[in-house]
Design a protein around this ligand. Structure first.
Ligand code: THG
Length: 367
């Protein structure tokens, strides 16, 4: 349909050639990289994630490395979640906010050592942000982008595949915990994580020249379980209620509006960025919240690129930030970022592709 114009701004993933061989047919951009989203067989890709095991190039989940004596200080200044008890080998999901309490990213924070942290970021430039904050606060810490590229193994059979490759120790790894290890001499970090609710691991490749080798190791080891290519799956992630920073949030969204309040600790030190604003927002109560929405229309609708307005009694009350046809529910479902006065069970209309669609507000997650 379209081609991609090569450019040094579009940085290659170490797994790029492997996904081309697998028959990738769609990409999105994320952190100035191409992320494979589809391989031409949407039904197979979906059910493989639900019933089997799926292999994803998510190298675009880049790492912002904080290294030096003040690495932990900087992590806590950036993240309004209490990191004081975080252990080596533990990851934590941390919303990052600006001084107004607006969400600017939602990384997983990996603590490798007292003086070494990685923020595994969503799609916004946190290297500039972290570097500027470190300099302005006079901290002794270096902010850089290391040669680290995650590959995800997701689905109910993922644990068997990763245990076959790495050893049975992976079965005891808790959610978001990780271990530094090697796979046939390739340096990696193995973490129980991934952007689906079907379970699995992410293998962070620490040598960008070994992408094809690492891809093939899992491709071959996973063959008995029917492993195959995929990517973060829109239908599954909306069924599962996973929020996409930048897709389901905008330049005014705070964490409380998108169900991330449970990851905010209001008692963190006063020099944590955004905490004053977040304390005020928490006290006043957020003006919007996130609910599910189910359209009455039986046939799949085309969402387009932007948010779609939601109306109640003829008045605009919010936005449908994403809508997708759910395989398991056989309905169009999505996320509503909507006036806090609207509640589960309310009848609304969502204007999608110029058509007013009757819909109902629901709880999240859907499944
Ligand atoms: N893996 C890694 N890096 C990433 C992502 C990832 N960086 C970008 C993006 N994804 C970061 N955002 C998220 C969002 C949600 C989750 C992980 C990363 C997630 N959430 C669970 C949930 O919402 O139910 C559990 C969170 C919890 O309770 O602690 O998994 O996927 N490496």
């Amino acid at each position: 349909m379209f081609g991609i114009t090569p450019s040094a701004r579009l940085r290659p993933s170490p797994f790029f050639e492997s996904t081309v061989k697998e028959g990738v047919d769609s990409f999105t951009t994320y952190n100035h990289m191409l992320m494979p989203t589809a391989f031409g067989k949407p039904d197979e890709e979906y059910w493989r994630l639900i019933n089997g095991v799926s292999q994803w190039d998510v190298a675009c989940e880049r790492q912002v490395q904080l290294k030096g004596p003040d690495a932990g200080r900087l992590a806590q200044i950036l993240a309004p979640r209490d990191l004081s008890m975080q252990m080596d080998g533990q990851g934590k999901y941390v919303p990052l906010c600006n001084h107004q309490g607006v969400l600017i990213n939602d990384p997983i924070c990996l603590k490798l050592a007292d003086d070494l942290y990685w923020l595994s970021i969503a799609d916004s430039n946190i290297w500039f942000w972290a570097g500027a904050i470190a300099a302005e606060r006079g901290l002794n810490v270096e902010v850089s982008e290391p040669d680290v590229s995650p590959m995800a193994i997701q689905g109910p059979m993922a644990e068997d595949v990763v245990a076959h490759v790495c050893g049975d120790w992976v079965r005891a790894v808790k959610y978001f915990w990780f271990r530094e290890t090697e796979i046939q001499g390739i340096p990696v970090v193995v973490q129980r994580s991934g952007w689906s609710k079907q379970g699995g691991f992410e293998i962070y490749l620490r040598d960008g020249t070994k992408g094809a080798a690492l891809w093939d190791i899992f491709r071959e080891a996973g063959a008995p379980w029917g492993i195959g290519p995929g990517g973060p799956n829109w239908s599954e992630r909306i069924e599962s209620g996973l929020i996409s920073y930048g897709g389901d949030s905008d330049s005014t969204t705070n964490p409380y509006e998108v169900r991330m309040g449970k990851y905010i600790d209001l008692h963190v030190p006063d020099d944590t960025i955004g905490i004053t604003a977040l304390r005020r927002i928490a006290a006043e109560g957020p003006k919007r919240h996130s609910l599910g929405i189910v359209l009455e229309a039986g046939a799949p609708v085309k969402p387009g690129f932007s948010w779609n307005p939601i109306f109640k009694d003829g008045r605009k009350v919010g936005d449908l930030t994403n809508v997708v046809f759910s395989y398991r529910m056989q309905k169009n479902i999505g996320f509503a970022l909507i006036d806090s006065a609207c509640a589960v069970g309310d009848a609304v209309h969502a204007q999608v592709g110029g058509v007013m669609q009757p819909a109902k507000l629901t709880d999240l997650p859907f499944l």
